[in-house]
Design a protein around this ligand. Structure first.
Ligand SMILES: [Fe+2]
Length: 216
């Protein structure tokens, strides 16, 4: 009767996880942390649960040149993987987040960009994670509790934060960062990439209006 049964995962949502070698990460993070500390000094008073953020132009500052190179290399890897590397991208914003104990980031996405990412400079124990929300809102309308959740039945997915780790994701993918449960600050650098020539090279209709028409 049945010859074959298979599962196809259609419309998967990719996350790219890039881990630096520990020694390289340690050296880079010392340098990044010192520069970030310098940028937010003197620290303004902030409400409980809030965080400090640097200006969003870190990608233009020489002190972050090595980091920018790293982010660009990772982004190129993503566009190669998706086979859209024929369209050059550039960073449109880059900023650091300093989350004291108890601080969190509410659910958000990064509009007007194609690819976003976060790099972890400092992650206090007991660790931290970024939680991505299933972008298919209607998929969570009926959710029978499975014996064990899987990526086919869960409506959220965690990526573990780790010093020296970069997590890249589509800019439309909503995410949140739970409160920092550690006793030290969590420091991350976020960035967005967008296609440089989106309107000139990509936004025009891509269908062939002459296809299927009889020639005269
Ligand atoms: Fe974000």
């Amino acid at each position: 009767m049945i010859e074959k049964q298979e599962v196809q995962e259609i419309f998967p949502t990719p996350l790219w996880i890039v881990d630096l070698k520990p020694a390289a990460a340690a050296a880079l993070n010392i340098q990044l942390k010192a520069e970030i500390e310098r940028l937010i000094a003197p620290r303004p008073v902030i409400p409980a649960g809030a965080n400090w953020q640097t200006p969003q132009d870190l990608h233009t500052r020489p002190a972050f040149a090595e980091f920018v190179k790293l982010a660009e290399m990772a982004a190129r890897g993503v566009t190669r993987f998706l086979q859209v590397d024929q369209y050059p991208m550039s960073i449109t914003g880059c900023w650091a987040n300093i989350n004291p104990p108890g601080a969190y980031h509410p659910m958000h996405h990064h509009p007007n960009n194609y690819l976003s990412g976060v790099y972890y400079v400092s992650v206090p124990s007991p660790g931290s994670q970024i939680i991505f929300q299933d972008p298919r809102g209607q998929a969570s309308m009926i959710m029978p509790k499975p014996r064990q959740y899987s990526k086919l039945t869960a409506n959220a997915a965690n990526a573990q934060s780790k010093e020296g780790r970069m997590v890249l994701f589509p800019s439309w993918l909503k995410h949140t960062v739970p409160s920092n449960d550690g006793n030290d600050e969590r420091i991350s650098i976020a960035f967005n990439f967008m296609f440089k020539n989106f309107t000139d090279a990509m936004a025009a209709p891509i269908w062939d209006p002459t296809a299927g028409k009889a020639s005269s």
